[in-house]
Design a protein around this ligand. Structure first.
Ligand code: GUN
Length: 295
């Protein structure tokens, strides 16, 4: 039987409705407006689209939103000075520096400079360390979105064999840590595969849940999965343009073939993508509540 297609668009919409209500309540009861700032260095077209979407969603939900677009040749010192100013601005509860940064800027140094209390991306080593010991303040947005997709689709994670393909700091490593936690919506047995894994198929074929962030179209094909698997596709690959000049996007999974064997699968677009921004909004609301002593 063909798989249930998990709609990230629909689940993200549900969570945004919940957040919108919570944000209105914070304003009414505490005169608190969560504030998010996005910082974009350079003119990478994909990053411009992402930052634009983050700004639009912030405004739609009733957040205070600020955007800083800096020239591609901005110095690291100037960027660090801006972050320092934003760290000390009480209107701002969340700071998002869009990655990747231009080559002349040291990404690690920039991520370290963000006050961990305002690190709504969850990329600061303090926040990643807290996740590692099971005491997270902010979960990284894409992995958190993946967990919510699974939980809200009624997929049993506890005790499941989860295989993650890809070991990036943004997706692979944090999703492995999240699903490993001794908590509800986690408690899985997690394996992480990567470019030096000897036989990826041997792992994916025994998985109950596969999470793919490999950055390559058709990294997962039908012969690599078992009947009844749940597949979460994090890939965003631009493989060409339509006649109207729009990018054609595909994920990392051979969707049409794998869907015939899977119990549930996420599409690209409309799967993980819409969840990332939604989780950023959720972290910003949490940051504001933490700053105001409400939690
Ligand atoms: N670039 C790609 N994904 C992300 C993300 O989740 N956050 C930031 N800051 N940059 C990104």
């Amino acid at each position: 039987m063909p798989a249930q297609v998990i709609s990230g668009t629909e689940i993200a919409k549900q969570i945004r409705e919940e957040l919108k209500e919570e944000i209105a309540g914070l304003k009414e009861q505490h005169n608190l407006v969560p504030g998010l700032v996005t910082v974009l260095v350079g003119e990478d077209p994909a990053s411009q689209v992402y930052v634009g979407a983050k700004e639009k969603t912030s405004k739609a939900l009733g957040l205070y939103s600020e955007r800083h677009d800096l020239a591609a040749d901005t110095s690291e010192e100037a960027l660090l000075a801006l972050i320092s100013r934003l760290n000390n601005d009480p209107k701002i509860h969340g700071i998002l520096v869009q990655l990747p940064l231009p080559k002349h800027i040291n990404e690690t140094r920039v991520l370290y400079a963000i006050d961990p209390r305002k690190d709504v991306d969850g990329f600061h080593p303090v926040n990643l360390g807290k996740l590692m010991i099971g005491e997270p303040d902010y979960l990284p947005c894409t992995p958190h979105g993946i967990q919510q997709l699974l939980v809200r689709s009624g997929i049993e994670i506890e005790g499941a064999e989860v295989v993650v393909v890809g070991r990036s700091n943004i997706v692979g490593k944090p999703i492995a840590n999240i699903l490993l936690q001794k908590k509800e919506g986690a408690n899985a047995t997690v394996t992480v595969c990567h470019t030096r894994t000897r036989d990826i198929s041997a792992h994916t074929r025994r998985a109950d849940i596969i999470i793919v962030a490999a950055g390559r179209p058709k990294a997962i094909t039908a012969d690599m999965v078992k009947e009844g698997v749940v597949v979460i596709d994090v890939g965003v690959n631009r493989i060409g343009k339509t006649a109207e000049g729009k990018s054609i996007l595909v994920g990392d999974v051979d969707f049409e073939a794998v869907k015939e064997k899977a119990r549930a699968i996420t599409p690209v677009p409309g799967g993980v993508g819409p969840m990332t921004i939604t989780m950023l909004m959720l972290n910003t609301v949490k940051a504001a509540k933490l700053a105001a002593g409400l939690i």
